[in-house]
Design a protein. Structure first.
Ligand code: GAR
Length: 204
């Protein structure tokens, strides 16, 4: 049975592209039914359009402005609105592919076992939006010789934390620059993310 994916992205969307390509060539028995972006300039929306997949732009800004003195309430209201819209798309899996927004339990409790996240670091290392910068800084200051990539479930409000579905170590080479390391991490991500989504859809 073809699974229905909703993909959430904030930036370039190279991982969304890997998923779209895998759906198109049959590597993934799945269909991306909706892409959500939360940044107006997200190139991910153009990738969706090129693949004929609907996308919507859903920024947090208006929710923040509505309750400027209560950021938690703003996040919960945003999450409730987005959860309702995503539920309407009847997803089998919600895929955070470079999604720079932390869901509250208002969103997550509605989709148990259904939200997966990709993160460019090994479990427990470098959580947050700057994992590659953080690994590169640790390489430069302490000689860190590897980092990695992981795919995990998002059951609660932990940051880049949750039951690990897959992870892969990525060496930092002596002749690496920050850019060559990032490119190698993305290559690993594209393969690992697609393979892990496929395995999870088949076995859960
Ligand atoms: C990816 O490296 C992903 O692991 C990271 O954002 C990038 C998005 O790239 N996610 C996180 O840092 C989550 N904390 P893309 O837009 O080219 O897919």
């Amino acid at each position: 049975m073809t699974s229905r994916l909703v993909v959430l992205a904030t930036g370039s969307g190279s991982n969304l592209q890997a998923i779209l390509d895998a759906c198109a060539d049959g590597t993934l028995e799945a269909e991306v039914v909706l892409v959500v972006v939360n940044r107006r300039t997200a190139y991910a929306a153009e990738r969706a359009a090129a693949a004929g997949v609907p996308s919507v732009y859903r920024p947090m800004g208006p929710f923040r402005e509505a309750v400027p003195d209560d950021p938690r309430r703003a996040r919960e209201r945003y999450d409730a609105a987005l959860a309702a819209e995503i539920a309407d798309a009847r997803p089998d899996l919600i895929v955070q592919a470079g999604w720079m927004h932390l869901f509250t339990s208002t969103f997550l409790d509605r989709f148990p076992g259904m939200v997966v996240n990709l993160h460019p670091a090994l479990p427990g290392a470098f959580p947050g939006a700057h994992a590659i910068d953080d690994a590169w800084a640790a390489h430069e200051t302490d000689g860190l010789d590897h980092t990695g990539v992981m795919v995990h479930l998002v059951p609660d409000e932990g940051v880049d934390d949750g039951p690990v579905l897959a992870s892969q170590r990525v060496p930092i080479m002596v002749d690496d620059t920050r850019e060559t390391l990032e490119a190698r991490l993305h290559e690993v991500e594209h393969e690992l993310f697609v393979a892990t989504i496929g395995d999870y859809l088949r076995t859960r």
